[in-house]
Design a protein around this ligand. Structure first.
Ligand code: GDP
Length: 445
């Protein structure tokens, strides 16, 4: 569920086409759209206009008429037929009435569950990534139809795989005011930046490409990063939607945290998307200058206390410990303390991005992998007896993110403790800094 709702609620110049444009990134990803109206107010012109625009998306469209708390009020929904939508659901979001019907209908219109994009085979994965590359490359790479060995026509990029993987695609994510735009200016300002329009969804999406030491770094949708919401709430909602969108095209996410605030729940949500989608991640603790100069006291003493030690405010080791505690699932992400405003440590970002990009694409041979498996004492994983499996062998089936297939004696879902234990062991032996690791298991035939 992506909530784009009420993006400009109190704006007098309430323009549906503007909401539509802002929320567009979410619509493009959506399999179905639920439009919500207030059942206790009369329909207004913007509602009609929004319904008209939403219909044009061609996606299954459901109308939720909210705040209908009794049967008597249900009669009111009649007016809402004027929107020209067939699927109308009177409901009460507060009391939960009518939600079941809406959900049933949603399930009915959704496409059957998509095959996992983390396909097991190299071919599946290659197919997915080739398509992504073409999409984000836009004008740089042209595609030519070719024929595969079964006579089907497929689109493949003409640029070689090497060229494509040489470019690192970077999303800068984080909640409003953490310093994303300031950082972007530092990163692109000091080097030669090429501005390239991104074809596709938002009209004003622009990527900036920085070339350094023969390597290309593409910062995704820099216009989106610089765009500011008009209200705090709108900016926050937008930052979540945009982060998700940017992550889709990225190899690596730079998660920017405001040092004086610590990790907010919004940061954790955004970081969660990066992790779940298999993007690599670097955590940048920004505005460290405010900590070292002690200026943050004046700004936000209460907020700062959340993550900082009052006795040793400048202790980075302690800061990292607490940061890791708030973002437990990101134990693999390197942390860098920077000041986007002064430029301090910003030059360390590019080498770190390069390292993380290389780790993301690292491949361990099956021979080496199995020598490793033999050294692992699986008895040490605290797994209940009934859930234990015999690990026969393991192979790395993919990169970006590194994906491992574990062949086991029985077809059971791998217990969480095995996953975690094995992941730790893999990292201990092979590194894979900055990237999530996916582990799947299969019963040996
Ligand atoms: P965005 O919303 O994440 O793009 O944040 P901005 O880049 O617009 O920054 C928000 C505010 O924080 C601005 O007033 C910046 O000048 C300020 N800021 C950004 N980075 C730093 C930093 O490293 N140190 C200090 N002191 N201020 C910063």
């Amino acid at each position: 569920m992506v909530d784009t709702g009420g993006i400009i609620p109190e704006d007098k110049e309430f323009i549906p086409s503007e909401i539509f444009r802002q929320a567009r990134v979410a619509f493009d990803e959506a399999a179905a759209i639920v439009m919500v109206v207030d059942g206790r107010t009369e329909l207004a012109a913007p509602d009609l206009e929004l319904a008209r625009l939403l219909k044009k998306t061609g996606k299954p469209l459901l109308l939720a008429v909210n705040k209908i708390d009794s049967d008597r009020q249900e009669a009111l929904t009649g007016d809402f037929h004027r929107l020209g939508l067939k699927n109308i659901f009177p409901l009460s979001a507060e009391h939960g009435h009518g939600i079941d019907d809406l959900l049933d209908e949603l399930l009915a219109v959704l496409p059957p569950e998509e095959k996992s994009t983390t396909g097991d085979t190299e071919e599946e994965r290659a197919g997915v990534s080739a398509a992504e590359v073409v999409k984000s490359e836009g004008k740089v790479t042209t595609t030519e139809p070719t024929t595969d060995n079964q006579g089907r026509t497929t689109d493949v990029p003409t640029a070689s795989d090497e060229q494509l993987s040489a470019e690192v695609k970077i999303a800068i994510i984080g909640h409003p005011n953490v310093g994303k735009s300031t950082l972007l200016n530092q990163l692109t300002g000091t080097s030669r930046a090429i501005v390239s329009p991104t074809p596709g969804t938002t009209r004003d999406a622009v990527d900036e490409i920085v070339e350094r030491n023969g390597k290309r770094f593409r910062f995704i949708d820099t216009a989106g990063i610089r765009r500011k919401g008009k209200t705090r709430l709108m900016a926050e909602k937008l930052s979540v939607v945009m982060s998700r969108k940017h992550l889709e095209d990225a190899d690596i996410a730079l998660l920017v945290i405001d040092a004086t605030e610590g990790v907010s729940s919004l940061d954790a949500t955004i970081a969660g998307y990066a992790h779940e989608s298999g993007r690599s991640l670097i955590i940048l603790v920004n505005k460290w200058d405010l900590i070292t100069t002690g200026k943050n006291r004046a700004i936000s003493q209460a907020r700062a206390a959340r993550i900082q030690d009052s006795k040793r405010p400048q202790d980075q080791k302690l800061y990292v410990e607490r940061l890791r505690d708030s973002l437990k699932f990101l134990s693999y992400a390197p942390v860098l303390f920077i000041s986007a405003a002064t430029g301090k440590n910003v030059d360390k970002i590019f080498p770190l991005v390069e390292e993380v990009a290389a780790e993301r694409r690292k491949r361990i041979g099956t021979g080496e992998m199995n020598r490793f498996v033999k050294t692992v004492d699986f008895e040490r994983a605290s797994v209940p007896m009934s859930q234990r499996v015999r690990i026969l062998y393991m192979t790395q089936s993919n990169v970006a993110p590194p994906t491992f297939i574990l062949f086991t004696d029985r077809a059971v879902k791998l217990h969480f403790s095995y996953q975690r234990f094995l992941e730790n062991q893999i990292r201990h032996a092979f590194g894979f800094v900055g990237t999530p690791i996916w582990i799947k298991n299969r019963a040996r035939e």
